[in-house]
Write a protein that binds this ligand. Sequence first.
Ligand SMILES: Nc1nc2c(ncn2[C@@H]2O[C@H](COP(=O)(O)OP(=O)(O)OP(=O)(O)O)[C@@H](O)[C@H]2O)c(=O)[nH]1
Ligand SMILES: [Mg+2]
Ligand SMILES: [Zn+2]
Length: 354
Amino acid sequence: MILEDLGYNDNLEKFRIEQNIDKFEVGRVIAEHKERYIVKTDKGEFEAEITGNIRFIANGREDFPAVGDWVALTTYDSDYAIIHKILPRFSIIKRQAVGQFGEIQIIATNIDFAFLVQAVDRDFNINRLERYLTICNTSKVKPIIVLSKIDLINETRINEILDSIKARIKNVLVIAISSETRNGYETINTFIEKAKTYCLLGSSGVGKSTLLNNLSGKTLMRTDTISQSTNKGKHVTSHRELIILENGGILIDNPGMREVGIADATSGLEITFNMIFGLSQSCKFKDCTHINESGCAVLEAVENGEIDKASYENYLKMEREKTHFESTVVERRKKDKEFGKIVKNYKKDMNNKY
Ligand SMILES: Nc1nc2c(ncn2[C@@H]2O[C@H](COP(=O)(O)OP(=O)(O)OP(=O)(O)O)[C@@H](O)[C@H]2O)c(=O)[nH]1
Ligand SMILES: [Mg+2]
Ligand SMILES: [Zn+2]
């Protein structure tokens, strides 16, 4: 195994030399279990921990390693290592964690393509697909839509679904597959390139791990039947893991997501809803919210059917979420600052006293 097989490239090497960290070894984080990491290098796999300094200077989740990261490390023995630094990420897929305001969850980093997997049975939902697209567009990750379990429906229904996607989502590749019949597997394989990293995203039970296992030809990830009563997945995959396929492609499996929260998504929304953004240039008011203004080009297009009404409503919903997210981040920064002041004054007091 050489580092290039794991996706290592010239930019990373340049950074390593420029930053004077070439005395360390380099590896890629392939799994994470509560601040313990498995890092793969050209010598093998190491269980790794971060230095106290990384923890000390960390401001938030993004300052900790995540699956997909390139890290500078020192190895000890044949299986233990310490991580000293995270190399710059060229892409990062994140979402807003459920329930915690402003908390970011990193899904994976240094991803080239994301397979957005939706099963064609009851899981299929275009609004949710637009959410995933927005996350990809924000993250600078190229999306590929994968419709799974097409063995469960007939050809007519498959075409209906494909048409409904086409009506709302332009310029994104859609591949329909079945892991039962292996229909579509050849197509998906032609899009998997050596040393490029692919991330599997989608709800629980849509067949992400089944696809990964089948593509790799090995049972690497556990899969399970979905609940008969709710037709929902049981969250079988509990952690993220990076594997290398025989053809050289690098795949990251993820636990199914219950909710796809939109975090900072300005450019992401713009790209996903590019028709709405294009039209908004022609609105009468520069700060038009496209909700009830007169002379709104977007509303006009919705009325005459040029823009899909459901897509428009989905856009408004995500825009609201984005605004809410931004205000909670500002709020939290303010609180952090206030707390910082208290600590500073306290320290000053202490210094004056002793
Ligand atoms: N009929 C049919 N069933 C499938 C297909 N792909 C996967 N399944 C089944 O769907 C169930 C869930 O598959 P998994 O691969 O575990 O799903 P997952 O997306 O990894 O789920 P989580 O790990 O919970 O996120 C299993 O019983 C699979 O056998 C398919 O193409 N057709
Ligand atoms: Mg799974
Ligand atoms: Zn408008």
